[in-house]
Design a protein around this ligand. Structure first.
Ligand SMILES: Cc1cc2nc3c(=O)[nH]c(=O)nc-3n(C[C@H](O)[C@H](O)[C@H](O)COP(=O)(O)OP(=O)(O)OC[C@H]3O[C@@H](n4cnc5c(N)ncnc54)[C@H](O)[C@@H]3O)c2cc1C
Length: 456
């Protein structure tokens, strides 16, 4: 079996990569471990901004979700731990609460020519392609593999741990195989039959007691409520959730549970290189496999779809430029365009948000309460921060001058330092290097993280 491109994983990232390549002359297959009708099923907060659909509708004529939308949302409210301060953040274009299983099928329906091979697991590489498991092990010869397999990153994890293939695979070392446990949010979520008091807003509750290192969310879905929490590994999210449910009170506890389950999310900067070569095969990472999730709120559906589009466009260009020269003819330089474009335009934003996440995780409930109520960060700044814009520190500077409490002064100083480092890292990503300068660049990224951790 031969395909020019194999996409591993038919979640939002892989499906949009497939949709982008759907009308090319390339032979492409999309494999997923699940049976077709289950693709899309995932424990999730289900919230996604409309702007991602506007972008993809314009670029690849992606149809907007319609009956796959459970509810529409106008904005997000972020509550301080004592719930005395609420930031009401109206989103620019609003967003959707998706029915994820239906949404997964909605994406698949729009792929006409790419060959979907379901019930099929990526297992490993061989010298000309990949090995998959259907009923039996099978080989697929290919030139490029997109890893869109979600948090498990099954392809990425096989690229530099295979000692038999240690020769000529230095390029594989561009991608880190494992990610640090401090960069992982473990989550527990329920769908309850519960009419939310604030039907058009997603609520986010910051509170280290219930969700150390993360937050509790309550998102309205019509007659239902999507409620859950993410915590820093190794806290036990289900146990923490139990505590929260008790705090939420009788009416909540007595509501019917429609579904309960766990999930994992990477909440760090993207993998430092989104591409590498392995055995002469090009590898590209998309979505959770690439850690492209927003580290502050954990949103990754839109981010994965957008990256899938850019990976697809970049592959089209490679084959248009080089012609189809056969297995072993793709080079790291060919793949690099996706890497540098993504990192310069989006990677820097995710990395700067990652620094902000580390800042937040180092604050106590009291520091968040006093910081929010004193206006160290303004309501309007929140959306700007989540979109990666620079923090406007004028309010913070004013507060620093008049601050009566030492706690606020300290938080303000830490915030100012974090903002400085966020600016620095964005600049570094704007100058994402060529493969030759990659190690030097990576060291500089590491230094910014070390500086920040030392100061917090
Ligand atoms: C609890 C929780 C809440 C979340 N809430 C939100 C939210 O409200 N909004 C938001 O935008 N994001 C949210 N996210 C993140 C979002 O779910 C992910 O970012 C998004 O699904 C990533 O898409 P993806 O295509 O990269 O991967 P996935 O959606 O994870 O898809 C990966 C696909 O790969 C397949 N696969 C896995 N292994 C193999 C293999 N070996 N071979 C073949 N196929 C394989 C899987 O079957 C799956 O279909 C949340 C995540 C969690 C855990």
């Amino acid at each position: 079996m031969y395909y020019d491109v194999v996409i591993v994983g038919a979640g939002p990232g892989g499906a949009i990569a497939a949709k982008t390549l759907d009308n090319s002359n390339l032979s492409v297959c999309l494999i997923d471990a699940k049976p077709k009708e289950k693709i899309g099923e995932k424990v999730c907060g289900d919230a996604v901004g409309k702007e991602f659909f506007d972008f993809l509708h314009e670029k690849i004529n992606l149809e907007y979700p319609d009956e796959e939308v459970k509810d529409r949302i106008g904005g997000i409210k972020v509550f301080s731990p004592d719930r005395k301060t609420v930031f009401d953040v109206e989103t620019k274009d609003g967003g959707y609460m998706l029915d994820r299983p239906k949404f997964g099928q909605h994406l698949l329906r729009q792929i006409k020519n790419v060959h979907l091979i379901d019930n099929t697991k990526f297992m490993d590489f061989y010298e000309k392609g990949i090995i998959v498991q259907r009923q039996n092990l099978e080989k697929i010869e290919c030139q490029i593999v997109i890893d869109a397999s979600g948090f498990n990153a099954v392809v990425r994890k096989r690229t530099n741990n295979n000692s038999n293939n240690s020769n000529n695979n230095n390029d594989a070392l561009l991608m880190e195989k494992d990610i640090d446990k401090n960069d992982i949010a473990v989550c527990y979520r329920e769908i309850r039959k519960y009419k939310f008091e604030d039907p058009h807003h997603c609520h986010i509750y910051l509170n280290n007691k219930f969700s150390p290192g993360g937050y509790v969310w309550e998102f309205p879905e019509g007659e239902h409520l999507n409620v859950g929490l993410g915590v820093l590994y190794p806290s036990a999210p289900k146990k923490q959730y139990g505590e929260y449910a008790k705090f939420r009170g009788e009416k909540f506890l007595n509501s019917e549970i429609i579904h309960g389950g766990g999930g994992i999310s990477p909440t760090r900067r993207p993998i430092d290189s989104l591409v590498s070569m392995y055995n002469g095969i090009g590898i590209m990472l998309v979505g959770d496999a690439a850690c492209q999730v927003n580290p502050i709120h954990g949103g990754g559906i839109g981010q994965a779809m957008r990256a899938g589009y850019f990976a697809g466009i970049s592959i089209k260009k490679i084959f248009e430029r080089n012609g189809n020269n056969g297995v072993g003819k793709i080079s790291l330089n060919d793949l690099w365009e996706y890497n540098s474009y993504y990192m310069q335009n989006y990677g820097g934003t995710i990395a700067s948000l990652d620094l902000f996440r580390i800042f937040l995780q180092n604050l106590s409930n009291e520091e968040v309460n006093s910081g929010m109520s004193a206006g160290l960060i303004q309501e309007g700044d929140l959306i700007k921060i989540s979109e990666g814009e620079e923090i406007n520190l004028s309010a913070t500077e004013k507060i620093t001058r008049i601050a009566k409490s030492l706690a606020i002064l300290n938080t303000a100083k830490k915030l100012a330092y974090t903002a400085k480092k966020m600016k620095e890292i964005k600049e570094l990503y704007r100058n994402y290097p060529s493969p030759e300068k990659f190690s030097e660049w990576k060291e500089n990224v590491g230094r910014i993280y070390e500086d920040l951790r030392r100061h917090l």
